[in-house]
Write a protein that binds this ligand. Structure first.
Ligand SMILES: [Zn+2]
Length: 426
């Protein structure tokens, strides 16, 4: 007789597959899997999700940030008005995947299934959350719902328009939010015991090492800079090489330097460090014109403030050198910044204990990507677990993990919530 692994009693892989397939069906038909925040596919998926939350017996509402919340009330034994939040997001990037965020929302539903099936009342309220619009959107911001919950979505962001003139605040209001800037973190922040989020790793370390559970230690600091280079346009045929101020030549040197500096720092640091220039606008962008202007965006992510400071100091030197070499003006402007978000250490311990108890392999690891949990951690103890995804692929249609891998993560979170319940009851 074969004995089933312990994690399997906590959730149902077939049901996870069903939820996953259902959510995957809400996509732009000719561009799977695309469910952009505020799109008709997004609204349809949310309507379905709201019905599912209610079928689970959750009291369903949208909060001021447009987050879809399903609430399971605390049992009568609760002595204090405490809350545990579990969730993630169901929006995708264009032509994204079926698991990024989605796995975390399905996990939250699996937690409720387990509690319902075992008629467990918790000594705290459990909130299942689909955080509004986590992915970077047309309004130049991300993590709309969790940012709002943390009190960090400001009036300037809410007033932004996309290319077609849609105002962000109005779109949030159409999702049941207020569309107004919050006056601070949610009013009951002091009563939030814990926030949990399961997510695919979106990198390959767990997959390569065949590890079930990543216990996330911190989410990276994220800084985005606009670098603009101004040279001089000229006829490509008649302007001699000597004395040219070619903004694209200047930009290419900076791109090389950014990569070299980041390689160097990453190789010496035991913490995650990456820097990328992924967006470039060349003006006037003609084959016979010397480029007079280049605008580019530098994205820097670091789990270490020291590494970031070292990089920025070296970058300043590199920009000076590029100015002298090319004669171009160079301007560096900070577009957005977020501090390192450490995950709660006692929640990390609980997660590690529960993974151990389930005989699942586990390891601490830092995230390379930002997540809703970064914002949650600004006002409450937050924890994330990562599960492996095949070849580390993410933000593409090939993104893949198994229902079994999600079930393992769900089991760890269910046991962690039960462990918290025991601590509260003491
Ligand atoms: Zn995500």
């Amino acid at each position: 007789m074969t004995v089933s692994p312990a994690y399997q009693i906590y959730s149902d892989a077939d049901r996870i597959t069903h939820y996953n397939e259902k959510l995957a069906s809400f996509t732009e038909a000719d561009r799977p899997y695309t469910r952009l925040v505020f799109s008709k596919e997004y609204h349809a998926a949310r309507a379905w999700l709201s019905d599912e939350f209610q079928a689970l017996g959750l009291e369903c509402h949208s909060d001021a940030g447009g987050n879809l919340i399903g609430r399971r009330q605390a049992g009568a034994q609760a002595t204090a008005p405490q809350t545990v939040i579990i969730g993630s997001h169901i929006d995708t990037v264009p032509a994204g995947g079926r698991y990024d965020g989605i796995a975390g929302v399905i996990t939250a539903m699996e937690v409720v299934h387990y509690l319902n099936a075992h008629q467990i009342t918790l000594p705290f309220t459990l909130e299942v959350a689909d955080f509004l619009g986590e992915e970077l959107n047309l309004w130049g911001t991300s993590c709309l719902g969790s940012r709002h919950m943390a009190g960090l979505l400001n009036a300037e962001m809410l007033a932004r328009r996309d290319e077609t003139g849609r105002i962000l605040g109005e779109e949030i209001a159409a999702c049941g939010g207020s569309g107004m800037p919050p006056s601070g973190a949610r009013p009951d922040a002091a009563n939030i015991l814990a926030c949990f989020e399961l997510h695919i790793e979106q990198a390959r370390s767990l997959y390569d090492a065949d590890i079930d559970i990543g216990v996330v230690t911190a989410l990276p600091a994220i800084d985005r800079y606009a670098i603009s280079m101004t040279g001089a346009v000229g006829h490509s045929g008649t302007t001699p090489m000597h004395g040219r101020k070619d903004a694209l030549v200047c930009a290419s040197g900076i791109i090389q330097q950014v990569s070299m500096l980041a390689h160097d720092i990453a190789s010496r640091s035991n913490q995650h460090f990456v820097a990328t220039i992924g967006k470039l606008d060349v003006l006037p962008n003609g084959a016979t014109i010397i480029p007079g202007q280049v605008e580019m965006i530098l994205d820097v992510r670091s789990a270490s403030n020291e590494a970031k400071s070292e990089f920025l100091a070296s970058l300043a030197d590199a920009l000076d050198e590029a100015r002298q070499k090319t004669g171009c003006d160079i301007d560096l402007a900070l577009l957005a910044t977020a501090e390192i978000a450490p995950m709660d250490s006692s929640l990390q311990s609980i997660i590690t204990e529960q993974a151990q108890a389930l005989s699942l392999s586990h390891t601490p690891l830092a995230s390379g990507a930002g997540h809703d949990s970064a914002h949650l951690s600004r006002f409450a103890p937050a924890a994330m677990i990562f599960i492996p995804c095949v070849d580390g692929l993410s933000h593409c249609a090939e993104e893949l993990t198994s229902s079994d891998a999600i079930a393992k993560g769900a089991a760890v979170i269910i046991r962690s919530i039960l462990s918290l319940a025991e601590q509260v009851a003491k």
